[in-house]
Design a protein. Sequence first.
Length: 426
Amino acid sequence: MRSARNKVLHEIAGRPMLGFALAAAETLRPERLAVVVGKGADEVREAFAGRARFVLQAEQRGTGHAVLQAQDFLAGFDGDVLILYGDTPLLRAETLQRMQEHRDATGAELVLLSALHPLPGRIVRDAEGRVERIVETPDATPEELRIQEGNTGVYLLSSQLLEKGLSQLDDRNAQGELYLTDVVGYAISEGLPVEAVIMDDPEEALGVNTRAELALAAAAVRRRKNLELMQAGVTLVDPAHTYVDVDVEIGRDSLLEPGCTLSGDTRLGEGVVVRASCVVESSWIGDDVTLGPMAHIRPGCRIERGSRIGNFVEVKNSHLGEGVKADHLAYIGDADVGAGAAFGCGAITVNYDWDAKHRTQVDEGANIGCNANLVAPVRVGKNAAVAAGSTVTGDVPEGALAVERGRQRNVEGWRERRLSQKKQAD
């Protein structure tokens, strides 16, 4: 990844990569859940504190060595063990459920997940189609490299088999590592039934090791998310150019136009219209709100039913009541705005004094004129108004009109004098 960050903390559609594997595992309601960490362990622990136990692999000597570090975690456990990977974010919970169902139906001691895709480990089958062994690419013959069925490395097996298999591992291979695949070899050598479940969609097997693979995974997650939204009654005009993070929620009959980006902990109600090229970050949007085009809703906003936020309007850390209107070229930051209030073109809440942010309160039914500045902390009362071009530094009482302008002065003959001075200078 060529990054200072741990690989599994790189985000895919708003969620750290490891979060996908954890979410899939959590759907199975495991009795115990552990994450084996190595480089950048402290970062990973902090990011996922409370969701799993963390086991340290201080020296990276292969997948088998990683699982060996979890022996204390598994002590006294009698049941099935599922082994997943933090850099395989596209694996679906339904696929894992199929593995469990297959193990229950066949009585196999070990079920591995395979894909019809040339992965680093190739599955070699015997003449009857039974799993014979798994060979890693560096150790494979030319004939074995032509095998299309690849090993994903995802295994479901009994805790007893795992313990015995791990005790047989050795590093006599091209990489000098302890391979988890050798546990499969041990089971076969002992005559234990081993089954391979081929995943329906080979895309699920994608492992992320580069920025290019990160982009491929993100595109796949977005496609899934967009399909899920459309099946739930949301209209996407152009799904290929609509970017919705995996944890965003959107109500039915909402409409997203092309170029929209909805990220973080964002919630949209029903009947919301998000016009082209809007950005909504970690905010709550009520029913029947219209955004954009090209509006920017920054984190911490709550916009109530029926409000209208127009083109080139930025809203940040603000609560806007029902039916608020800001149709174009305005900035509303750190503000509490009552129902039915309206902001004219170029209106600004001046919230920062170079040391701290301050809040602005605009009460119900107030009107803020074009190019008006509300210098916080300040309050505009109910049904009050601020005249265009005014800079308001004091509270405006209920029903009052605030006007703050310098007296206009017209300088006669200014153009002719300016042209004359320019000619003389030339």
